[in-house]
Design a binder for this molecule. Sequence first.
Ligand code: NAD
Length: 346
Amino acid sequence: MESPLRYTLFEDLDELRTRLRSLTSGRRAIWVTESNCADHCLDRIGIASAGIVLPPGEEAKTAEQLIRLWSGLTDLGATRGDLMIAIGGGALLDVAGLSAATYKRGMGLVYVPTTLLADVDASIGGKTAIDFEGVKNGVGTFYTPEEVLIAPAFLSTLPELELLSGWGEILKYSMLTGFSVDEDLWGTAEVAPSLIRRCIDYKIEVVASDPLDKGGRRQFLNLGHTLGHALEALHLSKGEPVPHGIAVAAGLVMEGYLSLRRDRLPQEDLMRLARVVRDHFSPVSVLCTEYEQIHTLARQDKKLRSTEEGVPVVMLDRIGKPAPAELFTPKELDEAIDFYRDFMQI
Ligand SMILES: NC(=O)c1ccc[n+]([C@@H]2O[C@H](COP(=O)([O-])OP(=O)(O)OC[C@H]3O[C@@H](n4cnc5c(N)ncnc54)[C@H](O)[C@@H]3O)[C@@H](O)[C@H]2O)c1
């Protein structure tokens, strides 16, 4: 098995430029990005234009754009020895990673994440994917980049809502590990490098223990995601996308309620979590009135195995102590959605 990852956190973009220069000396680089990052990020690292530019955000994570990538690589005469440098948020990294994994059975790959969510989560762990037939990450593979080069300086141009989305994954890590965050920092661009490292280091540790997500500790990373993905996919199906981390924040509350229902999570821990989400993650009202569709989408979430008996949800015994997934019935999922709606008053 490949090592889970090498990552470097750069204090400034000069250091990142220097690292990129050294990585690309003696090796052909193929720069891949999406249109917003082409506007906001490329010139900051001294790149005039990218070889392949995809549409922004989740629009890049489609079969059509994956084919565009393969065609672009073919047109550029890319070889296995070339290095794809993928610059963007989690969506761009997911599809670029899948193209690099499959083009000529695998070419060189480096990730340069440009969003908070990609810094703390999506750039780490080697999962690549596109969305397919309405299912988030319906098709994908595991492929570890040679390096991940993280420069939080890119966050200065990130829209507020996307920053908040990154905080949604930080909230997940805070639930998994028990670290706390100052009340006035949620949603801001002031993300201490030490906080980014805490999230990444935890992810690297659990990925190393279960690299292919076979039901070991890696499943903990799915906390909040069974229902979070269902809510995100529901929004996508309506043509009203919601940022990934915002859907995850809602999913964390609903799934926290399910942990309480199994006599695991103490009431005060659930309230602490729900208050953070209500006070900091509610500028976007997450669609959660279509119960049947949420059940169907939650069942399709492919990370854990759904069965006739129910939908698997990662448990929390208390904040900082996750436990393996348990199965829940549609009725129990409905109760969790109702708890969220009552608490958020939506
Ligand atoms: N592979 C994994 O392990 C993993 C983990 C978590 C999430 N994900 C995936 O990541 C995706 C979400 O990633 P994301 O939150 O980074 O969103 P994103 O990639 O969709 O980017 C969000 C928005 O920010 C814009 N943007 C990106 N960088 C910018 C910058 N520096 N300045 C201005 N605008 C910028 C993008 O164009 C887009 O509009 C989802 O598809 C999710 O499934 C993958």
